[in-house]
Design a binder for this molecule. Structure first.
Ligand SMILES: CC(=O)SCCNC(=O)CCNC(=O)[C@H](O)C(C)(C)COP(=O)(O)OP(=O)(O)OC[C@H]1O[C@@H](n2cnc3c(N)ncnc32)[C@H](O)[C@@H]1OP(=O)(O)O
Ligand SMILES: O=C([O-])CC(=O)C(=O)O
Length: 442
């Protein structure tokens, strides 16, 4: 046994807490009660998520941004053929739907803020690129703080200014750090295209990503809807709760959003979209017949049993802390995917996705102790949509971040306006006190 192994064993032994203690001390693991419901940790005006009716019966999921159903928001944008990211950003940040004049003014503000400090790309983004775009984005955020004379100012006026700067520039941080990685780590040509002031966020993302800056209107509109679906999800999701916790300590906007990014990249949260896409590739490689449901089910069971894929025992893109019968965002995505796959001739792969989406909840419910219906979540299809759009996997979670930064910043402002109290839950010590032992007596 090497020295480190010896210490590691000690560490594990001394870190373990008997599982029955959690029940005895009434600790809500994951801040969830025994039925899986989240402990009430705050109040919000920003969004609402419904998955049970008033009688406690499970219902198909509903998500409202500032009290408007996201399905109505998306349907209207689709009908009118309008880009919506900026409009929904206005709704979330300011709490009301913008008038046409408000919207025009707001789009201009964001367009003119889409600019990084002089030499930032050369001195920060192009140096030391990482294959993990989320980590690169966090590094850039902390670096941006040193260009802001009022980085530490947490007045609402200043935080709003910082928020608009970050929302406008997140696409640049994501795409440019990805381009740096592709160039220096994968020996691809380097493209740093400037954003175009007249284009929407979604169009600019595709413009900056593609060597020839070209995209179709359909591609940009699909990406726009994908961003809208990812923008906000209440105060309790892991990255937004992180935002509340970190904001409550009084720290600055850059540090807060770097923490939220670090949470989002986890594979049980936003990072599940990369994992889901990789898992589907792995399933394709390991089954002989895409149509054989028994073979797919067997393989899903192997994944659950830690015998296949990444051996973590998770079927990515399936299950949700709040939704039961369905995640409404999954349903919207599914309707988009159906029309796109025909166009791209990807029907066979889509059918496999559909089969996995149908079979996986059953496999999980049969083999785990579940208190509610399990269904696919937003991360299940998002990677597939991005793949159809030709977006590289490394950008799947960063795209989530480009959208969710709006939710994080809105929650940060809500925390600053209402709380002024540091978040500090309790941890009960289960150790008995010991008498100290001098070095020579150990
Ligand atoms: C944007 C987003 O963040 S959406 C979520 C993205 N994450 C994923 O897709 C990762 C896969 N899914 C999961 O890990 C989980 O479903 C989560 C983290 C999303 C929710 O977790 P929970 O709230 O604990 O789910 P729930 O209470 O329904 O789980 C009940 C049991 O089923 C298990 N389970 C739930 N979903 C899955 C899954 N996809 N794969 C394997 N087991 C699962 C849980 O681990 C739990 O078992 P345990 O009590 O033995 O630990
Ligand atoms: O609410 C959650 O726990 C996770 C989620 O779907 C999100 O953040 O979009």
């Amino acid at each position: 046994m090497n020295l480190l192994n010896k210490h590691q064993e000690k560490m594990i032994k001394n870190s373990q807490i008997p599982s029955e203690f959690y029940k005895e001390y009434n600790v809500k693991k994951g801040l969830r009660d025994l039925e899986g419901k989240g402990v009430l940790a705050g109040l919000t005006n920003i969004s609402a998520i419904h998955s049970f009716d008033e009688d406690g019966k499970q219902i198909p999921g509903i998500l409202e941004y500032r009290a408007y159903n996201i399905k109505d928001i998306v349907d209207d944008l689709r009908r009118e053929g309008r880009f919506g990211f900026e409009e929904v950003t206005y709704l979330l940040l300011f709490g009301e739907l913008p008038t046409a004049d408000d919207l025009k003014e707001f789009q201009d503000i964001l367009a003119h803020k889409r600019i990084l400090p002089e030499f930032f790309v050369r001195e920060t983004i192009l140096t030391n690129p990482s294959s993990d775009v989320m980590n690169s984005m966090s590094r850039c955020l902390l670096a941006l703080a040193s260009y802001d004379d009022k980085a530490e100012d947490i007045s609402i006026e200043n935080v709003l200014e910082q928020s608009l700067n970050l929302i406008a520039n997140f696409p640049l941080l994501a795409i440019y750090t990805f381009q740096a990685y592709s160039h220096y780590r994968k020996e691809e040509s380097l493209y740093i295209h400037y954003p175009d002031l007249t284009l929407s966020t979604a169009e600019n993302i595709l413009r900056m990503l593609r060597p020839d800056c070209q995209y179709t209107d359909t591609e940009a509109k699909v990406l726009d809807i994908a961003l809208i679906l990812h923008m906000e999800h209440g105060g309790g999701n892991n990255s937004t709760f992180t935002t509340h916790v970190v904001t409550s300590s009084g720290t600055d906007t850059y540090a807060t959003i770097a923490a939220a990014l670090s949470s989002l990249k986890g594979p049980k949260h936003g990072g599940a979209n990369i994992k889901a896409a990789k898992m589907l590739e792995n399933i394709k490689q390991n089954i002989s017949n895409y149509h054989d449901e028994a073979e797919i089910e067997d393989y899903l069971y192997k994944i659950l049993n830690k015998e296949a894929f990444d051996q973590q025992g998770l079927i990515y893109g399936i299950g949700h802390a709040i939704y039961t019968i369905s995640d409404p965002r999954f349903e919207v995505f599914k309707s988009y995917v159906a029309s796109l796959v025909k166009e791209k001739g990807m029907e066979e792969e889509f059918e496999l996705y559909e089969r996995v989406a149908r079979l996986a909840p059953k496999v999980i419910s049969d083999h785990r102790k579940t208190y509610k219906t399990i269904s696919p979540n937003i991360d299940f299809y998002s990677g597939f949509v991005y793949k159809i759009l030709g977006i590289p996997q490394e950008l799947f979670t960063p795209l989530f971040a480009i959208a969710r930064v709006v939710g994080w910043l809105t929650h940060r402002i809500e925390e600053l306006i209402n709380m002024n109290k540091i978040i500090r839950p309790a941890y009960e010590s289960v150790l008995e006190s010991k008498n100290y032992v001098k070095l020579e007596d150990r």
